[in-house]
Design a protein. Sequence first.
Length: 398
Amino acid sequence: MKSVFTLVGALAFGLGVTGAAQAQDPVKIALIHGMSGSALEAFSKQSQTGFELGIEYATGGTNEINGHPVEIIHKDTQFKPDMARAALEEAYGDDEVLLAVGATSSGVTLSMLPIAEEYEKILIVEPAVADGLTGEDSNRYIFKTSRNSSMDMQAQALALAPDEDLYVATLAEDYAFGRDGITAFKSALDGTGATVVTEEYIPQGTTDFTASAERMFNALKDHEGRKVIMIYVAGGGDPMGKIQAMQPERYGIEISTGGHILPVLPTYKRVPGMEGAIYYYYEAPQNEVNDWLVDTHMERFETPPDFFTAGGMSAALAVVKALETAEEWDTETLIETMEGMSWETPKGTMTFRPEDHQALQSMYHFKIRVDEDVDWAIPELVREIKPEEMEIPIGREN
């Protein structure tokens, strides 16, 4: 179930880390993600790569915090709640990690929240998205660097410029991510005059969207005004492409969806001009941290950093900032240090909201541009949507 990757070694020795510093006890951090058993494992791999790069960047290449080498312990949830709970218990108990970071699936991550409370140790949620992760079922030991469903949907609603002439049908996966997302989307539209005419929920792993699409077409086609199918699906199956192939334009219906990882963006070439909101695209943020991430990732992997690479790096930068700032490394001092803490990330400044420990952050309004010399469709930046433009509900009071 576990393997250990210690971020010390040739790089640290080459930078002249002293023997005294190496003799310090390591600071142990568990990365708990699904690495097998789901199409979402690509998200996990990006997140872990980003976390390792973030530790390197934040420590200036020494991979030490206050003289303590960073030891990362990897654990695989296999995208199963029982495995995730066992992995986190093992990390807190047997491995004696200071804190943990994970996981990938929102449903799996929800099952981990009580373990953090039981062991009274911090769990930083990255990259799972659902609002409920900082909601009523959460607890004071949970901090969340990933964006949440409300950010996705507030930004998506702003990108759609809703008014009384907008009619929307929604398509989402039937689990915490999808349900929370559509709830947040409807909340974002509240008061704009726009109308959600129907909601379709599909099982994870769905590949045939014919029945759902026909129901959405029928619900939309007779309305006067702008008609949109809004897709909020994290997994595969290519719902956008398959629904587009059914020619929704026959009824004056357009498709809108949020951005996605680079391997999926080639499918967006079928919808040039489509507007939506994205969490991260490597060309959107303009700051020193993102410049380093893009340059380093291109140099080492010959590809740009993706969605969850930036997220993993943001989590690592939060960890280092907290540990460098806290007077002691006990849980209570770390919680006090992290509540309200701001730090720099590839997306710019993030801040842990004291009330529920959600990291407030920017999103990006994009418009799809097709360039035949680029393998994927380009989510070209329209504008940055700042945190203060989004009314993100407080999930719980700590």
